[in-house]
Design a protein around this ligand. Structure first.
Ligand SMILES: [Zn+2]
Length: 231
């Protein structure tokens, strides 16, 4: 009796059972195919770890479609390894060289705690987090982090990661040969809409008005007044 009561309290266990009994039977063949034929995702999705960003909902993707990497801020470490060992770097190399993905999406979002923390700092004990957030330094604006400044910084950070991706030799090679496209996305949580970085316009455009889901190859981000950002 106690066991049963405890299990009812274990919401996570109930969800695991629900997946197995309700969802899996409906998609069993798909999973079986993915086992026998292996995975062949066409998209590497680099997204912030934020719980409000749900890549499968946003893209309508199912099993086998997204090779997913998430980290605090959706940052791309430099290819040169200067910031130490990084799972994100390894995942990019694997996705591009082994899986031969055709798209890389970098997806930031509004109200991003990583961007705010890049301005406001983190507790002393979070030494790894502090070092990690330096990957956003070049996107920061020399102003107080107002709501507008944070919004713009989130977008600038996405573009900065696209720029870093182009420093990966295998990424640059495939982008320049037309075998890989880069997509910079800014998810506006409160509107339920992705804003897509249009490299040709040099600006983010709401998906409802955009002509594409991202253009490449990457070109330098241009401020709304036509100037290049200070870097
Ligand atoms: Zn975030």
């Amino acid at each position: 009796m106690t066991d049963e009561t405890d299990q009812k309290k274990d919401d996570l266990l109930l969800r695991l059972r629900s997946f197995h009994s309700d969802y899996f039977p409906l998609h069993q063949q798909r999973f079986q195919d993915l086992v026998t034929q292996g995975q062949h995702p066409k998209t590497l999705f680099i997204g912030c770890s934020d719980s409000r960003l749900v890549p499968y909902l946003l893209t309508g993707a199912g099993p086998g479609e997204l090779f997913l990497v998430r980290n605090v801020g959706a940052f791309v470490p430099p290819y040169d390894g200067s910031h130490g060992l990084h799972g994100t770097t390894a995942a990019i190399e694997f996705a591009v060289l082994q899986l031969d993905v055709e798209r890389i999406i970098v997806c930031g979002h509004t109200h991003c705690g990583a961007i705010r923390a890049a301005y406001e700092g983190v507790p002393d004990e979070a030494r790894n987090l502090r070092a990690w957030l330096k990957l956003a330094d070049e996107a920061l604006l020399p102003v107080q982090p107002s709501a507008e400044a944070l919004y713009r910084t989130e977008q600038r950070a996405v573009v900065l990661q696209l720029e870093r991706l182009m420093d990966y030799p295998m990424v640059r090679r495939k982008v320049e040969s037309g075998h890989l496209t880069l997509h910079g996305w800014h998810y506006v949580i409160e509107d339920g809409e992705i804003h897509v970085f249009d490299a040709l316009r040099g600006d983010f455009v709401a998906a409802s008005e955009a002509s594409n889901s991202g253009t490449g190859p990457y070109q330098p981000y241009v401020e709304p007044d036509g100037s290049l950002p200070d870097r």
